[in-house]
Design a protein around this ligand. Structure first.
Ligand SMILES: Cc1cc2nc3c(=O)[nH]c(=O)nc-3n(C[C@H](O)[C@H](O)[C@H](O)COP(=O)(O)OP(=O)(O)OC[C@H]3O[C@@H](n4cnc5c(N)ncnc54)[C@H](O)[C@@H]3O)c2cc1C
Length: 274
């Protein structure tokens, strides 16, 4: 793809002076795949030197520049902390409708900031209580839960010149038992619905995160495991038809049916494992 309007690619380490028409460049897998008529300069995040994954007592910090391939390697290593959460991370990496070639360049931050409904890094982070660390051009930072950061299809709370520095996943959420269910019109296709159920060991608490079918993540916490009827009612109450995505990857009525069906399937798996 020729980006005919781009005049300069600048190194983001060199002190950012943000102007109208500027954009951050991460893996470029989306930026270089579609016309970008409004963009005149790109600030390249490639050489920021951020450690991709930092495991600490408080949880896991994923740098925005961590690639999907790096996250998948971490998620699928045989030993390590949080096996349940890492299985979920692997499932979300594999939910990309792209091949490993794209995973080697695509970043977690680029996926979250692009905020497509089928963004699997949004699904993963929303289910695991992820918090966005956002950095303004003057270096000031603020934090926002991923569930609030994504406000609609392709819409986020990013301010002009602000970048996503990292995602923080708290240890308590990483201890959860999780089940992921996904459907698409064809094998390996764009997700039409992606549902994650999570149970907090020892507490009886249960939560559902609905993505891909909905324009933004929908998180439904329950004090205890709901009945099938209770689960259906909660989803129908929270997700109106106007919140369901209507595009070539699936009709809204089908997607709405899918989230109820997949949520019940995931609920049953958690019950059976208990
Ligand atoms: C074949 C193919 C299949 C794909 N399948 C999917 C899919 O299933 N689901 C999906 O969601 N996407 C999909 N994509 C789109 C894209 O590849 C992914 O969303 C990818 O994760 C974007 O990451 P990137 O690092 O390449 O971002 P880039 O293309 O570099 O940037 C994407 C956007 O995010 C902004 N951005 C990047 N990093 C930051 C940051 N740290 N702070 C602030 N803004 C930032 C950029 O300015 C740009 O607007 C697909 C792309 C291809 C080519």
């Amino acid at each position: 793809m020729d980006l005919a309007t781009v005049r300069a690619v600048l190194d983001a380490r060199d002190g950012v002076r943000w102007e109208a028409g500027d954009a951050w460049l991460a893996g470029g897998t989306w930026l270089f795949s579609a016309p970008q008529p409004g963009i005149s300069r790109l600030w390249d995040l490639h050489r920021m030197g951020w450690q991709p994954l930092v495991v600490g007592e408080g949880g896991l910090e994923i740098a925005a520049t961590c690639t999907v391939a790096e996250l998948l390697a971490f998620a699928e290593q045989p030993d390590g902390p949080w096996p349940g959460a890492r299985a979920l991370m692997a499932g979300c990496c594999r939910a990309f409708s792209s091949s490993f070639k794209v995973w080697n360049s695509a970043t977690v931050g680029g996926n979250v900031c692009l905020a497509l409904p089928a963004a699997p890094m949004v699904s993963m982070a929303a289910a695991l209580g992820g918090v966005c660390v956002l950095r303004a051009a003057d270096g000031r930072e603020r934090q926002l839960p991923v569930r609030e950061f994504v406000t609609g299809a392709g819409r986020t709370c990013l301010r002009p010149g602000e970048m996503l520095r990292s995602l923080r996943l708290p240890a308590t959420a990483l201890e959860q038992r999780t089940v992921i269910r996904r459907a698409s019109l064809r094998p390996g296709g764009h997700s039409a619905a992606l549902v994650i159920a999570a149970a907090t060991p020892g507490s009886g608490r249960f939560a559902l995160t609905l993505t891909a079918a909905t324009a933004r993540p929908v998180h439904l916490p329950f004090d205890r495991l709901p009945t099938p009827a209770g689960l259906r009612k909660a989803i129908e109450r929270a997700v109106g038809l106007q919140m369901i995505v209507d595009d070539v990857h699936g009709a809204p009525a089908w997607r709405r049916h899918l989230i109820v069906h997949l949520a019940e399937e995931a609920r049953r798996v958690l019950v059976a494992e208990d």
